[in-house]
Design a protein around this ligand. Sequence first.
Ligand SMILES: *Cc1c(COP(=O)(O)O)cnc(C)c1O
Length: 361
Amino acid sequence: MTQIFNFGAGPAVMPQAVLRKAQEELAEWHGSGMSVMEMSHRGKEFMGIMAHAESSLRALLGIPSHYKVLFLQGGASLQFAMVPINLLRGKTGADYINTGEWSKKAIAEARRFCDVNVAASGEADKFTDVPAEETWKLKADAAFVHYTPNETIGGVEFPFIPDTQGVPLVADMSSTILSRPLDVSRFGLIYAGAQKNIGPAGLTVVIVREDLLGGALKTMPLMLDYRIHVENDSMYNTPPTFPIYMAGLVFDWLQGQGGLAGMARINERKARLLYDCIEQSGGFYTCPVKARARSWMNVPFTLKDERLDDPFLKESQKAGLLQLKGHRSVGGMRASLYNAMPEEGVTALVSFMRDFARRHG
Ligand SMILES: *Cc1c(COP(=O)(O)O)cnc(C)c1O
């Protein structure tokens, strides 16, 4: 039987060991007589599961104590709105960096609430690079600066954390969180939909600096006020209990990989394998992204002749390499190499690609 590897961009591959563990515990969790799905979110079992997930996440990322961790719903897309709703705090404008499709969606949502200053954009380069920091036109009176450290569709990842001169920095880390160590203290707020690098869809993780809480627009629903969720330990309403449990298992698994430093070494190796294969293909495969901005998590590439796309997808699927089709807005291929993608998956992809190029080159 061929081993299957799932390169989908999200919802995405989960660590096999986590799926097995969840399977063992699915019908009854730790002698409780219940599945995690059946538990009251306010019962001691689930409260323990959630506290463990939070403390593991805090340990992995070294989250300082003056940051709150929230387990919410609504995806990263709801954060596009919650960020301006909560962080404007009397100001009228915010700075956004536009590096691709997800930045654009964040900007479109923010425009409903404030004046958006697009302080830098990669649009002129067709989003193949991160705009050089010296060229950014940040405003001193901006309420916050928002950016997308990893553009999941374009495969553009920041090789640096921007310096915003004290203005709170907000990051949509949906597709890069936990891929490497991170200095959380550089940020005002970090958010991530879980379904790429954390766990199942339905959970959104928010990490927010305490002093930014309490200024939500009064006309907005209470559900969109971070402070309400902080005051209620993410239990203002029923939280996504099963995804939180699964995320906790993923955090434990990450500790077993050597934490984020261990994970970074593995991720860098995986990405290098694939980018080297593309570079050494003599133009058969091309990655449009500039070397310095290439993502470790999402690797877009095209074939030298579009007519080879269909055979590539059909044959790769037959070889057990799933979901390699690029996003509909850019075409070509995309291989997502999230934490849970084992190195053997990338090795299998690279040998398939070399063989395919030999046969069709
Ligand atoms: C997937 C993704 C989103 C959208 O997440 P939802 O949970 O579907 O709202 C936003 N930003 C980035 C960077 C993503 O990768």
